[in-house]
Design a protein around this ligand. Structure first.
Ligand SMILES: Cc1ncc(COP(=O)(O)O)c(C=O)c1O
Length: 437
């Protein structure tokens, strides 16, 4: 039986994969990634669409190659991410750097070398602009500029990148300074970029289209591409609603057309999602190691061999992920998408990891309180699978906390083959750079 209904991962596949590697492991479903990529590639637009993948969401080499082959450029958030994408075989001309770093010394030389070979640079601060100005002006390299619009939206406050609590991009109140400086140097901004946050209300994302076109008109006569960033909301849980990509595209198409009618400028639209492309492709497959309870006023706990060191989103953001319970013989015992046969009072359980940390739970609210969830009662040795872990899980979790190894990653190919795309880390690799007293 399929685990969630939109991909190929089934309880039998989990059993087969678990015969190849020890739990915990990540399993990604290529068919979901390909389907999501197609949806974004088909977004309605007025005068052309440039699609990027924010590799911070999941930077595994095979995932980068897959998404790039489907026609996406790569949005990198550090010089190291640029190098990582390049090592995965992605040409520099298909990578854009949007970073908080203002690289100096050897890093600066490397950045300039990459830019001269085609890397697109999205200037995110006045200092970054000053540092790159002479190099870009001498070679007449057009730049992109990330504008801080002063308004944002995110799944949680820490995922809002557009309000005044976050400092991404050059704030609108500093744009005059940036433009004055750029004009003195003879620099051109051909792309204007915003990214207002991750997983926020789609209506806010829509509003940002109008806001951004507004300041493109006011400040950026040379812009030919308007980058609306990433942040499309994905529904990881059955009661969540994902952004309607088609609807957002239609809205943008209309606004870009009206902009052209008024100003005679046919702007290309760019988007660069991370979450939307990969989040629901990923499953973290864990084994139930132990069961405990905390008395009549407490909870029933399932202790898994994977937790915050593989998926820290519940701990960081209070995010919810779906649970599936599968017996060790491969039978689906419960699915977040079909809980009717369970008793909503007596089948409440709390899923925790094995780290010595009370926040190591896969079910927390935004204040860090444990929230029990309805699910089948597995035996020790059965699997609990955490869904929706394709984005910001492997890439962002505090691996090696409590000295647990970085979990292996598998990819379920569209032909049904299960391919290892990251080997399990070894304990030797974990300590290799440490030196004795
Ligand atoms: C500049 C930029 N673009 C795109 C993204 C991708 O966001 P999401 O994964 O929510 O689509 C991010 C994420 O933080 C970002 O910082």
């Amino acid at each position: 039986m399929l685990l969630s209904g939109h991909g190929m991962v089934s309880d039998e596949i989990i059993r087969d994969a678990a015969q190849q590697v020890h739990t915990p492991f990540y399993l990604y479903d290529e068919s979901i990634i390909a389907d999501k990529c197609r949806q974004v590639l088909n977004m309605p637009n007025a005068f052309g669409l440039r699609v990027g993948y924010a590799m911070k969401a999941n930077s595994n080499k095979a995932i980068l190659q897959l998404i790039h082959q489907l026609g996406f450029y790569i949005d990198a958030s550090s010089l190291n991410e640029v190098k990582r994408a390049y090592l995965a075989g992605i040409p520099l001309s298909h990578i854009m750097l949007t970073t908080q770093e203002a690289p100096l010394g050897e890093d600066r030389k490397q950045l300039e070398n990459f830019i001269s070979k085609g890397l697109k640079y999205n200037v995110c601060s006045l200092l970054q602009l000053q540092l790159i100005a002479d190099f870009a002006a001498q070679r007449q390299i057009p730049l992109s500029i990330r504008v801080h619009p002063g308004v944002g939206a995110g799944e949680s406050p820490s995922r809002n990148t557009g309000d005044h609590y976050s400092c991404f991009g050059i704030h609108l109140t500093d744009i005059d300074k940036a433009l004055f400086f750029a004009a003195e140097k003879g620099l051109k901004f051909t792309m204007v970029h915003t990214h207002i946050g991750s997983g926020g209300d789609p209506l806010e994302w829509r509003d940002n289209i109008d806001r951004e076109l507004g300041f493109v008109h006011k400040y950026f006569p040379d812009a030919t591409t308007v980058n609306l960033g990433g942040g499309f909301k994905e529904a990881r849980m059955p009661d969540e609603t994902a952004s309607d990509i088609n609807d957002l595209g239609l809205y943008a198409q209309d606004r870009f057309k009206k902009f052209d009618q008024k100003n005679g400028r046919k702007l290309v639209m760019a988007v660069e999602p991370g979450t939307y492309l990969v989040a629901n492709s990923g499953y973290l497959v864990c084994t139930v190691l132990d069961k405990k309870q905390t008395g009549p006023t407490g909870f029933e706990f399932l202790v898994l061999d994977g937790g915050m060191e593989s998926n820290a989103r519940p701990l960081f953001y209070g995010s919810r992920h779906p649970f599936y319970v599968v017996s060790r013989t491969g039978e689906l015992l419960s699915s977040e998408y079909n809980l009717q046969s369970l008793d909503s009072e007596n089948d409440q359980r709390v899923v925790v990891g094995r780290c010595c940390e009370s926040g190591d739970s896969q079910s927390l609210d935004r204040e860090g309180n444990i929230i029990p969830r309805v699910m089948a009662n597995p035996e020790i040795g059965d699997y609990v699978i955490i869904g929706g872990v394709g984005a910001y899980c492997s890439a962002m979790s505090p691996h090696n906390y409590n000295s647990y190894i970085q979990s292996p990653e598998l990819l379920l190919r569209q032909d049904g083959a299960i391919q290892m795309i990251r080997k399990p880390q070894t304990l030797e690799q974990m300590v290799i750079n440490e030196l004795p007293l």
